[in-house]
Each structure stands twice: as structure tokens, then as C-alpha cells.
Design a protein around this ligand. Structure first.
Ligand SMILES: C[S@@+](CC[C@H](N)C(=O)[O-])C[C@H]1O[C@@H](n2cnc3c(N)ncnc32)[C@H](O)[C@@H]1O
Length: 261
């Protein structure tokens, strides 16, 4: 697992000649260090390695990080999707890497929801703590329908874990959320990404941890579920994804008008 030295954490890389940090894949306009581009819905989509973009984001500009990084674990249910050749192996799945969490783009009082798995939990916990997050909750997502695993030797896997941490004091909004969430996973036939998360699940994290118009960062955007959820709930977002095939899917999902008001 790589982590940054304190010098690397503070040194800013030079901006592009026009003072921007990247180009938005959707509107093709320059993205400012505050994550703004020309997209009217406020959802910026960047095709890049997040480690090249995060150091350029303005310190303290983001209200919330909601992300689902490569897990650092391969599970039998994942292997069956990859083996079926519907999906290629996801970039970065070999190791737990928390380098992204060290960049100081989150503001004081901001929070981070980070998906992980039970078998890599300790590495994620340590990585996020080392990056300065105070881990406040370990949330269990009950997927309702179980996945595959060695049917003779493993319990049928039906949950995933989300670590919830904060920089400073992050006050939750609305009625107090409970740390077990029951939400049906995306049906295998409708998946556009092997690790696509249900929109309804992401609403459950956005509502207690962000106000309308808040800026949400997902450095591992995949098919853009975080961005789609932000658009539906009137939040702004910066999405970064390294693979163009998934950026294209995210852009398509974001084209639709708001699903509800
Ligand atoms: C677990 S998936 C996210 C799936 C997403 N939650 C969804 O609903 O579609 C993680 C994503 O991170 C991307 N990724 C891996 N390394 C990356 C990097 N260094 N920078 C940006 N994206 C990266 C992978 O291509 C993959 O699509």
C-alpha cells in the first residue's frame, strides 16, 4: 500500500497553462481548481487518474467524499462476472491504496463514505486514519439478495461495508441514520459496471451528510452512480474515472434529466 510523505501531501503540482486542472469529458470545457466547468447541472466528469487531479483541487473546496475505490480484494462473485467476459478486471483491484485520501481537498467538518470489504477492512481503516480521518461508523449494507461464493465452504455473501469518517466535527442532518442499510443490489442483467452501486443506496449517504448545492467528490466514479445520485438530489459533483469505457457510460447516465424533484 502506498501512502504519501507529508511533503508530498502539501506540494501542489502545476496547473495547466490556462490555470485549469483538467478538461470536463461532458462539456469539453476547462475545470477550475474548485471543480467547476460548463455543465449546467454542476456535475463535472473527468477522464483521468485521480492521483493526477486531486493534488490540483483547491484545498478545502469539497464538502463530501462519497467513493467506491477498487477494493484490494477479488471475490468469487466478482470473478464470475469477469469470467463471463461481460466485464474486464477493474483497474487497481490488486491492492488497497489510500493515497487519494491524503489530498486535502475536503473542508474541515467534511465527511467521507468509503466502500470496502470485510477482508480488507483493517487496511482501509488504517489508511483512512493515517490520512487524517476520524472513523466514526462502520456501516453495513445488506444487499437483500446474496452473491456467489464457494457454496461448500463460505457463507453466502450478502453484505458490504462502508467506512464513514470525518475531518473535524461533521454534524449529521435530519433524523439519525442507522448503521445497517437494507437496499437491493443492482440486478446482474442491468449492470453497466461490475461494481455498480444502487442509486437508492447512495441517496442514503448524501441526505444526512450534504446540503443542497454541496460539492461531492468521487475519485473512483465507475459508471457515475455518485454523480447521478447528486444530480437527482441537487448536489454538485466532481467525478474522476480512469477508464474511458466507464466515463462514457457515466456521461450517458448524466444526460437524463433529474429523475424526481
Ligand atoms: C469499484 S469501481 C466504482 C463503481 C461505481 N461505484 C459505480 O457505481 O459504477 C472503482 C472504479 O475506479 C476506477 N479506478 C481505478 N483506479 C483509478 C484511479 N487511479 N483514478 C481514477 N479511477 C480509478 C476503476 O476503473 C473503477 O471503475
Amino acid at each position: 500500500m502506498s501512502s504519501l510523505s507529508s511533503q508530498e501531501q502539501t506540494s501542489q503540482k502545476p496547473l495547466r497553462p490556462d490555470g485549469s486542472i483538467a478538461e470536463c469529458y461532458r462539456c469539453k470545457q476547462s475545470v477550475t481548481p474548485h471543480g467547476k466547468c460548463g455543465c449546467k447541472d454542476g456535475i463535472t466528469l473527468i477522464l483521468a487518474d485521480c492521483r493526477d487531479v486531486l493534488p490540483l483541487l483547491e484545498e478545502g473546496s469539497v464538502d463530501l467524499i462519497l467513493t467506491d475505490p477498487p477494493y484490494g480484494a477479488r471475490r468469487p462473485s466478482d470473478r464470475s462476472l469477469v469470467k463471463s467476459q461481460r466485464f474486464a478486471e477493474v483497474v487497481g483491484n490488486e491492492n488497497v491504496n489510500t493515497e487519494w485520501a491524503h489530498y486535502r481537498c475536503l473542508k474541515e467538518g467534511g465527511a467521507c463514505y468509503c466502500f470496502c470489504t470485510w477482508d480488507t477492512l483493517e487496511q482501509w481503516r488504517k489508511g483512512l486514519s493515517d490520512a487524517g480521518f476520524r472513523i466514526r461508523s462502520c456501516i453495513v449494507w445488506d444487499k437483500v439478495i446474496h452473491g456467489l461464493a464457494d457454496t461448500a465452504t463460505c457463507w453466502a455473501p450478502q453484505h458490504e461495508i462502508i467506512l464513514f469518517g470525518a475531518i473535524g466535527r461533521h454534524k449529521l442532518l435530519g433524523s439519525r441514520p442507522r448503521d445497517v442499510i437494507r437496499c437491493t443490489r443492482v440486478n446482474a442483467n442491468s449492470l453497466q459496471h461490475p461494481y455498480q452501486k444502487p442509486l437508492a443506496l447512495l441517496y442514503r449517504f448524501l441526505l444526512p451528510s450534504s446540503q443542497e448545492d454541496a460539492l461531492v467528490l468521487d475519485p473512483f466514479a465507475g459508471s457515475g452512480t455518485t454523480g447521478r445520485a447528486c444530480k437527482d438530489l441537487g448536489r454538485k459533483a466532481i467525478l474522476i474515472e480512469i477508464e474511458e469505457r466507464y466515463v462514457k457510460i457515466a456521461a450517458r447516465r448524466l444526460e437524463q434529466e433529474v429523475l424526481f424533484t
